[in-house]
Design a binder for this molecule. Structure first.
Ligand code: NAD
Ligand code: MG
Length: 386
């Protein structure tokens, strides 16, 4: 039997982290777990670290380190805490690092993982949106293989395999439209956090669920696709597809369109990244198209849901605009979830921030972190939150 592959999971206690560990649990002897990380959730992280005999477990929040230490006593897993420890863990030699922290908080560890020059499976779209060329330049410089885990980008990656980039005419990202896709402007104005996190098709973390409701998720994904697949912004499209069966499509110059279909379960794209370039089993029920019956598509409504338009404009504007868009959105989503602002204020606030703050293009990781911090501060001030 071949040696187990060494894997680290950044954001192990999250939704993507749990789906990944579920797959690894089924093929336990093929994997050696190096690092598992979380923001806090010390008890849950310690339970996972024990189960998977991780070499190191890291909590980003140093206040949670004491609890992690106690929970890991006698386990053989090293317990670490704080931002530098997170970066150190991401730098530990691994064949595959899954970047599944939510938000720009994942940027520095994801960059450290990229700098190993091995393979990074990327779920943490906010990091790529904020860092853009800084991240893609590091990937090229270090010779890193980047495997997209986001279901749309994983679909596109699969549809591009064996084809030439110059033969691509367009790429279409599908969007479920989120829980509010049939709602009126009046209903949106009164939408609550509980309603926003209840996604009709996918079971995901709170932040990305709100992003799906506003359509910022698709906006971030448009910028993500722009960096991952160099076909140019003009060639990127978005279509609403409520059934979430077609995960995205690539149209070629001869008129052929290739699509990837599958159940709406993140274990499918994660398995594609874990086993790439081979395939592995998943426990997901096979797609039953006869049972699904109809697949429907329609154009997005950018009047009601301006997020995709704002993201496209930020991508065309370039410079620091995508980092500002992402930071402003992260602050607004947290404020909405905490009950401080209404749902429609998220997009309005981001639009306002983009109009007022246009920093130059970041040239380094520190520049990106600087723009992100500045945009967060300004957004908090605008929204009147501490
Ligand atoms: P989640 O909220 O369920 O989990 C996030 C993970 O990041 C947790 O382990 C948490 O402890 C950790 N974390 C949170 N804040 C942190 C901080 N400040 N520092 C360090 N670690 C921190 O999120 P999720 O739904 O699993 O999403 C993770 C990423 O994957 C996001 O970027 C999301 O957009 C992307 N993604 C998720 C899905 C999905 O189905 N959930 C699908 C596609 C892409
Ligand atoms: Mg997605």
């Amino acid at each position: 039997m071949s040696e187990p592959r060494r894997i680290s999971i950044l954001g192990a206690t999250g939704s993507v982290g749990a789906s990944t560990l579920d797959l690894i649990r089924r093929e336990r002897d093929k994997w050696q777990v190096v690092a598992l990380t979380a923001n806090c959730q010390a008890a849950e992280l310690a339970r996972l670290a024990r189960e998977f005999a991780a070499e190191v477990a890291v909590v980003a929040d140093p206040a949670c380190l004491g609890e992690l230490h106690t929970a890991l006593a006698g386990s053989g897993t090293e317990a670490l805490g704080g931002a530098p420890a997170l970066v150190e863990a991401a730098s530990r030699p691994a064949d595959l690092i899954l970047a599944a922290i939510v938000g720009c908080a994942g940027l520095a560890p994801t960059m450290a993982a990229i700098e190993q020059g091995r393979t990074v499976a990327l779920a943490n779209k906010e990091a790529l949106v904020s860092a853009g060329e800084v991240m893609t330049a590091a990937i090229a410089r270090c010779g890193t293989t980047l495997l997209p885990v986001d279901s749309e980008h994983n679909a596109i990656f699969q549809c591009l395999a064996g084809n030439r980039g110059e033969d691509v005419r367009s790429i279409t990202l599908t969007a479920s439209g989120g829980p509010f896709r049939e709602w009126s402007a009046a209903q949106l104005a009164a939408a609550t956090p509980a309603q926003a996190v209840k996604h009709p098709n996918w079971d995901m973390g709170a932040k990305i669920s709100v992003d799906s409701a506003t359509m910022f998720n698709k906006g971030l994904e448009l910028i993500e696709a722009y960096h991952l697949f160099p076909v140019g912004l003009d060639a990127l499209r978005i279509v609403i597809h409520p059934q979430s069966v077609v995960h995205s499509m690539v149209e070629y110059r001869d008129g052929s369109t290739l699509a990837q279909l599958g159940p709406s379960d993140m274990r499918v794209p994660i398995a594609s990244a874990l086993a790439w370039p081979a395939r592995m089993d998943t426990p997901c029920a096979p797609l039953d198209l006869a049972k699904i019956g109809a697949l429907t598509f329609r154009a997005p409504d950018e009047e009601l849901f301006p997020a995709t338009r704002l993201a496209r404009e930020a991508a065309y504007a370039g410079g620091g605009a995508p980092a500002v868009l992402n930071a402003a959105n992260e602050v607004a989503v947290a404020a909405f979830l905490a009950g401080h602002i209404g749902f429609t204020r998220i997009s309005a606030g981001v639009a306002d921030m983009l109009a007022r703050f246009a920093p130059a293009a970041p040239a380094s990781l520190d520049d990106v972190i600087g723009i992100d911090g500045e945009a967060r501060g300004r957004m908090r001030e605008t929204l009147g939150i501490a």
